[in-house]
Write a protein that binds this ligand. Sequence first.
Ligand code: UTP
Length: 294
Amino acid sequence: MIPKVRKAVFPAAGLGTRFLPATKAQPKEMLPLVDKPLIQYGVEEALHSGIQNIFIVTGRGKSAIEDHFDVSFELEHTLDAKNKKDLLAVVRGISDMINVAYVRQKEALGLGHAVLRARELVGSEPFAAVLSDDVIDAPIPCLRQLLDIYEFYGASVLALMEVEGDAISAYGVVDAEPVPHNGGNSRLFRIRNMVEKPKASEAPSNLAIIGRYVLTSEIFDALDHIEPGTGGEIQLTDGLKYLLRSRPIYGYKFEGKRYDAGDKLGFLRATVEFALNRYDLGAEFRAYLKELKL
Ligand code: UTP
């Protein structure tokens, strides 16, 4: 029987250099899109995909993340006393719904290294990994889409997205063959190989790996075996390549729109589009944007 995925790992110990100076003393995962920190979008996606056990890999200066998912007694007491029930529910909601645990990555030695820090917490179960600076707006949560594939094949699944032109060289890129699935023209691929940040002219395809993964626990041994790669970091892509030698890995071109909220322009795009879609802000914000003489 294929074991169920019950745990999600959130690497959140990166330095966020693309967003300096905002990320000098505050984690980029706490930057708000409209009124919610990036990491909460990811945690809610995991919850809506059926995962309640959340493991966050944190680093120096990341205590705001822990505070965010804690009960804030003083704040809750004040909101209660002022009879602000709606806000109280907003503040309480998320910490009530998840079991959260933290593990430290003492030095930012790469995404693969961060995932490996969660080994003790995850144990021998399959798990999801979520990079919360990739914010995804999707009819079915992206993680749920990957889990549906995992539950069918029992193998690791990566989220893929088509990226055109030179922009591909910012991603891990796969060499992959399409796999028929559900009798239709499928979004599913079996991965043959992958390259981290290739030159556009050398990219094996236009399919980039983005920040959602369902991984079997063999990834930990793979990450243990590999040497530091690009930038002296332990790369998750290198660990996945190692895993490919002995296990199948699938890629799924998910349905939905992904924003790179760890990048200033990507963050601005997400802010505008999320605000436009908000029932309480959208109409006024749209009217304001129309007023601007662009
Ligand atoms: P990024 O590639 O966005 O790196 O990491 P970064 O350091 O956070 O940001 P920039 O590029 O300097 O602006 C992708 C994800 O992996 C985590 C980050 O927190 C982010 O969620 N990460 C990265 C770690 O947890 N540890 C690391 O050593 C590196």
